[in-house]
Design a protein around this ligand. Sequence first.
Ligand code: TYM
Length: 348
Amino acid sequence: MTLSDAVLPAKGPASSTETRKKTVLSGVQPTGSLHLGNYVGALSVWVENQSQYNNLFCVANLHALTIPEAVNAAELRHNSRQVAALFIAAGIDPEESIIFIQSDVPAHPYLAWILGCCTPLGWLERMTQYKTKSAQAETIGSGLLNYPALQAADILLYKADFVPVGEDQTQHIEITRDIAQRFNHLFGECFPLPAPLTRASGARVMGFDDPTVKMSKSIAETRPGHAVSLLDDPDTIRKVIMRAVTDPGNETRFDYAQPGVKNLLVLYEVLSKEPRAAIEEKFAGKGYGFLKRELADLVIETLKPIQERYRQITTEPGYLDRLLAEGAGRASAIAERTLAEVRQLVGV
Ligand code: TYM
């Protein structure tokens, strides 16, 4: 389902089941600085739809252990808190939505084990992310293969209806549906089948230094021109965007632009919320330098309030700890109910 479908208002008189808010769950792996791709493809979608749904947003720190060679305990702890603070800074209201750290709710790895037992190996081996990551490593742990079962547990514990994610995660939502269906078939009806919720435009933000690859946290760690981090200062943001790889032409129409320019146009579209026709008119015949300058200004302006809130959140003593403890408690209450149902069904 794309975002434009998801935000359609309900039609006609609503029955009590129609008025029940649907549940949304999504997560981020705390393996580096969150970047503009994470914001455009995921966080901003969560914020835009927040009031329509019951929401849970999780910092998927157990997923970060799937490449153990890359783990530094102090860094992981720091990144997990930073990601949670950025959820709030980006506009997630911790009163309205539940924000929690995955490892604070032990039902996640518990259910992941049970779901892993129901997941055929062939399904796991076909995952694009597994194939890419395992090809890059000399040895891999079984956690990397089982990654989708843990993600399925994240989603199914809360019986989520929708999972707002970027395009790269849709395969993980599809396998979650397959796993849920297989569990329901083997043990009895328990899980609804979740659907991904993706932007019609902006679900796959590309790297500024190479528009043929998706903007990624891991690439950004070694290539400074690859991404804009949500906490970058204005000078850095401007530098990265002004150096973005484009082409020798001057085409700024969405349907005809080359990948590098298309990426800049799409970012401008999502962040400005202006219609495509107005954007094309604004940039027609002005050269890529003008597009880059305007986009840099827009990104700086978008990130400024997020960065200010982030600073407030992280400097107020005890605020984040209190909030994460509360989030873990609220998430656990729901997760434990589902886990009890699952245990009953499987007989453990
Ligand atoms: P992660 O941490 O790689 O990314 C977090 C979110 O950002 C989206 N995203 C992008 N969107 C557009 N363009 C990009 N270049 C881009 N890069 C990343 C991702 O699609 C994602 O929505 N396995 C997940 C984390 C996870 C999760 C979950 C997600 C764990 N449990 C349960 C949903 C539900 C991951 O590694 O995302």
